[in-house]
Structure formats: structure tokens, C-alpha cells
Design a protein around this ligand. Structure first.
Ligand code: HEC
Length: 250
């Protein structure tokens, strides 16, 4: 029998998920059909009953150009809500409840009248949405970016574990990185340009955190949430435009 580290077990309890849940973007494509009644995604997507969901990961809530958001969402946006995988998962479970909790306004209304109750479907649909968000880097995406001659020149490791949280140094210098999937999976190291650091194989964490700092003594950098099986590429410790928050926020 396997003893799971308490922190990971707590994470699972929090997400209300069973340990076997893994994210599956292909399955998420099917789930997205439910969202597609209101949301468009991909090249040429236009606002419909709901806003376009391209690049929604890392986006400030309620800010897609030309969409008329409800008051509750605007309020949340003003209070600093920035979407990441975890927050979207909570939001789509119950938009009204989420906005009320986030804004502290018990009368806040949600314009999105839809709830996705199934935890596995939430994970999958977010994995799918992530493939349309630049700040959520998938190995496939990183590979196409390099082919396009973007500034992501580092080659991706061919054997990315699907059950690990990984970060790659896509900068030109050595920085100090940390990856954390909960429990005792945390690993740190100085990565040369192009080097990748992954947590040990995770039994259950769906997502973890990757951070980059200038050095281990200079712990002002940035931290991002990354889904298991994806490799986040970070350029430099102060690459705040690609960070959801600075590490100082905890
Ligand atoms: C019945 C229509 C409808 C369905 C179905 C729907 N949404 Fe929405 N969604 C909306 C509307 C309308 C908004 C804008 C909410 C507001 O202004 O309060 C929204 C907002 C969002 C936002 C915030 C976007 C932003 O720009 O801040 C996310 C994320 C989102 N929806 C995800 C989903 C996902 C994922 C699904 C499918 C599981 C889904 N929605 C299904 C109507 C819908």
C-alpha cells in the first residue's frame, strides 16, 4: 500500500477529485462542446454569448476586448482576479458562488449561467483551453514556437514525463529554479540555458508550481501554476509579463 504525502492528499481533498484524475486535453475538446454554445476559441474566434477564451489563462478577468461583462465580473476584475487553471476550475463549478466569494459581495451576479459539476470534465476542459493560451505552455506548443523561429530556441526534452511538473530555462543565463508538485516532490536547481527540471513522478498532483529566481539568495522572482505533464518555459527571473504573480505574494 502506498502512503500519500499529506499535502498532496489535502490538495486532492480540496479539488474534490479522486487520485486517478489526470488531465486530458483530447477529452477536454469533447467537453468544450458544452462551452462552445457560448464561447469560441481558436483562430478567428469572435465574442458570442460569452467572451473569446483564447489566452484566457493568465488574463485579467473580464477584459476581453469588445465583450460586455456583467457587474460581478467587473468587480472581481477590479479586485485583481487573474485567471489560472485553478481559478477557472472553481469558477466554472459555480460562477455565481465564485464571484460572490471573490468579491465579498453577497449579491454579485454571474452572467455565465452554466455549471460544470464533473471534476474530471473540468480538468480536461481546462487542459484543452490551455492549448489556446500562450502562458500555459505545452510541449507541442513550445515545439511549434521554436519551429516558427520565435525566441524559444531551446529544444524540448523528448521524454517529458506526463505525471510530473517541469520547468525549462529558456533564457540565456543560468538561474535558480524550483518545481513543486506538493508533498515532498519539490526540487530546486541552477539550470543552464535549455536545461529542464522536473519533479519526481507524481502519483496524483494535477498541477504544481514552478518558480524562477535570480539566485537562491535572491528570492524575488516569479511563480506560475503549471499542469502536470506540461513544461513551463521561463526566460528569466524577472519575466513578469509572463508571470501570474510575483513570488512575494506567496
Ligand atoms: C450559457 C452560456 C455559457 C456557457 C455554456 C459557458 N459560459 Fe463561460 N461565460 C459565459 C458568459 C456570459 C461569461 C461572462 C460572464 C460575466 O460577465 O459575468 C462567461 C465567462 C467565462 C469565463 C471568464 C472569461 C473572462 O474573459 O473573464 C471563463 C473562463 C469561462 N466563461 C469558461 C467557460 C467554460 C470552460 C465553459 C464550459 C465548461 C463555459 N464557460 C460555459 C457564458 C457561458
Amino acid at each position: 500500500m502506498k502512503i500519500f504525502p499529506p499535502a498532496a492528499a489535502a490538495l486532492i481533498a480540496l479539488l474534490g477529485a479522486s487520485p486517478i484524475l489526470a488531465q486530458d486535453a483530447d477529452a477536454g475538446k469533447t467537453v468544450f462542446k458544452k462551452c462552445a454554445a457560448c464561447h469560441k476559441i481558436g483562430d478567428g474566434a469572435k465574442n458570442a454569448a460569452g467572451p473569446v477564451l483564447n489566452n484566457v489563462i493568465g488574463r485579467a478577468a473580464g477584459t476581453f476586448d469588445g465583450f460586455k461583462y456583467g457587474k460581478g465580473m467587473k468587480e472581481a476584475s477590479e479586485k485583481g482576479l487573474i485567471w489560472d487553471a485553478e481559478k477557472i476550475a472553481e469558477y466554472i463549478t459555480n460562477p455565481k458562488k465564485y464571484l460572490r466569494a471573490y468579491t465579498g459581495n453577497k449579491r454579485a451576479k454571474a452572467k455565465m449561467k452554466f455549471k460544470l459539476k464533473d471534476a474530471q470534465q473540468r480538468l480536461d476542459v481546462i487542459a484543452y483551453i490551455s492549448t489556446f493560451s500562450e502562458s500555459a505552455m505545452t510541449p507541442e506548443k513550445a515545439a511549434t514556437m521554436s519551429e516558427d523561429g520565435g525566441d524559444t530556441m531551446a529544444t524540448m526534452p523528448s521524454d517529458i514525463p506526463t505525471n510530473a511538473i517541469c520547468v525549462q530555462n529558456s533564457g540565456q543565463e543560468t538561474y535558480f529554479f524550483a518545481v513543486d508538485g506538493g508533498g515532498d516532490s519539490r526540487k530546486t536547481g541552477h539550470l543552464e540555458p535549455g536545461e529542464t527540471l522536473c519533479t519526481g513522478a507524481l502519483e496524483m498532483a494535477m498541477q504544481g508550481k514552478v518558480s524562477v529566481f535570480e539566485t537562491e539568495d535572491h528570492l524575488e522572482g516569479c511563480t506560475r501554476i503549471v499542469a502536470s505533464g506540461m513544461v513551463e518555459q521561463m526566460r528569466k527571473y524577472a519575466d513578469f509579463d509572463r508571470c501570474l504573480w510575483s513570488s512575494n505574494d506567496g
